[in-house]
Design a protein around this ligand. Structure first.
Ligand code: NAD
Length: 246
């Protein structure tokens, strides 16, 4: 159950944070993973390869049609299939709305939302031809809760849910499901810079009384990326320890 043996998965933004957790869980489940990132993903590839995982790094900017097309062509050439697309890459450019610049707005929309147009467009023809596919994208708890300084990010993460609910209606007939994961408070390089007492206070608000780990997200993505989730389509899986019970 929940094995990905023989399958090829693209994980965007795999060079750090949650993406690393997804790469680890997917390779442990037997997938061959194409780690896409603008940052250097080779250290993650080396670590996972040393543990016996099948993974390779492609330097890809998910906002660029050319960059994505070249990487997809290379995967199809070498591995002949793409079963899973995980749209995990994302950025923040936090600023209170009145101070937010157009560049900060556009950067977040470009990386977080336009990227889904670019990656799904490139990958879907191969999934449709195969009659099978899984697309899972990163939303956020802040799409529902909102957060001070995150009008751009909150709008982008809510847009991902809208994209998911519409695309799922178009491609379900080809054996392709489209879902998202909305992570809560997850331990990454970003949260490591937050003072310990603030983290402790935040953890008190999480019913399971702990911060989420990248591997927790890996398992959430694994479920939606698996063959076994074939009747789950268009949903947002809230992975937040109960902070936003739905
Ligand atoms: P992160 O910043 O640690 O990692 C994101 C990765 O995406 C980086 O390696 C970065 O280089 C890459 N990236 C950025 N722009 C890119 C581009 N144009 N092309 C390719 N790669 C690009 O982020 P994270 O905290 O691990 O979060 C991963 C995803 O989960 C994001 O979409 C984020 O919005 C979402 N999320 C995170 C949390 C959290 O608590 N960490 C909570 C909710 C949602």
């Amino acid at each position: 159950m929940f094995r990905l043996d023989g399958q090829v998965a693209i994980v965007t933004g795999g060079a750090q944070g949650i993406g690393v957790g997804i790469c680890k869980i997917f390779t442990e489940a037997g997938a061959t993973v194409a780690l896409w990132d603008v940052a250097d993903g080779q250290p993650v590839v080396d670590e996972i390869t040393a543990e016996g995982g099948n993974i390779f790094y492609q330097k890809v900017d998910v906002t660029s049609k050319e960059s994505v097309a070249a990487a997809v062509a290379e995967i199809m050439d070498k591995h002949t299939r793409i079963d899973i697309l995980i749209n995990n890459a994302g950025i923040i450019r936090d600023k209170s709305f009145l101070k937010m610049t157009e560049d900060q707005w556009d950067a977040v929309m470009n990386v977080n939302v336009k990227s889904l147009y670019v990656t799904a467009k490139a990958v879907l023809p191969h999934m449709i031809e195969a009659g099978y596919g899984r697309i899972v994208s990163a939303s956020s708890i802040n799409a529902m809760l909102g957060a001070f300084g995150q009008t751009n990010y909150g709008a982008s993460k809510a847009a991902i849910q809208g994209f998911t609910r519409s695309l799922c209606r178009e491609v379900g007939k080809y054996g392709i499901t489209v879902n998202c994961v909305a992570p809560g408070f997850i331990k990454t390089a970003m949260t490591d810079s937050i003072p310990e007492e603030i983290i402790a206070g935040a953890v008190q608000q999480i019913p399971v009384r702990r911060i989420g780990m990248p591997e927790d997200m890996g398992y959430a993505y694994l479920y939606l990326a698996s063959k076994e989730s074939s009747f789950i389509n268009g949903i947002t899986l809230h992975a937040n320890g109960g902070s936003y019970p739905t």
